[in-house]
Design a protein around this ligand. Sequence first.
Ligand code: PGA
Length: 256
Amino acid sequence: MRRNIVAGNWKMNLDYEKGVSLFSEIVNMVKDEIVGDQQVVVCSPAIHLYSVAKLSTGVNNVAVGAQNIHQAESGAFTGELSATQVKSTGADYVILGHSERRAYFGETDASLVEKVDAALAHDLTPIFCIGETKEERESGKFFDVIESQLTNAVFHLNADQFSKLVLAYEPVWAIGTGLTASPEQAQEVHAFIRKTVATKYDQNVADNTSILYGGSCNPGNAKDLFSQTDIDGGLIGGASLKSRDFLDIVKVFNAK
Ligand code: PGA
């Protein structure tokens, strides 16, 4: 059955020292406070990856991830990182298709197809983000938007490959805005995503897919969100930069 996952997305925050020290705090708190089998993932900037992956070695339930990769194996792509390079740091996850990458860095469904393939080829688990803008929500077209993001960027995978993905529903209007989707709004979309996956593959694949909610998730609203049937955890931006807040979100699933 699908796993509960709480993933932090540090975005472009924290210098090297502050990142390593926040990560150490998180690891210690997980050791002290968590008994469940929920997966904690920290997606740090690339500068931290090697060091935080080392700190997570042997720590049950804690893994690290990158926030992006380039689709090519290697070559003349100044400033980019390949899946092989990310994997060589000890990272196991990568966020792909985050709305900030789509909006500010021209990431398209076509480039995401290649990035998803590159990640899977190197045994990195994609945390694949989908979600509608405010206009798309207000016009009522959000189900179409989400269906087309899935169809165009991940439904080329066969069932085996698809079962290695984690999906994250992140309504763009809720990211970093303090405006959280209500548990009912989020559940409605998560159920739609699971149904769409079941139609494309089968019910078993759909039931085994972890679907995270992201967008202004915090210790105050995480419990109501994560108690919804089809919400299997969260992708946490702002609140992942404070160890106490992040752990309180992780602890919505079984704590000591
Ligand atoms: P937020 O970011 O929690 O700060 O809204 C979530 C995300 O962008 O993944």
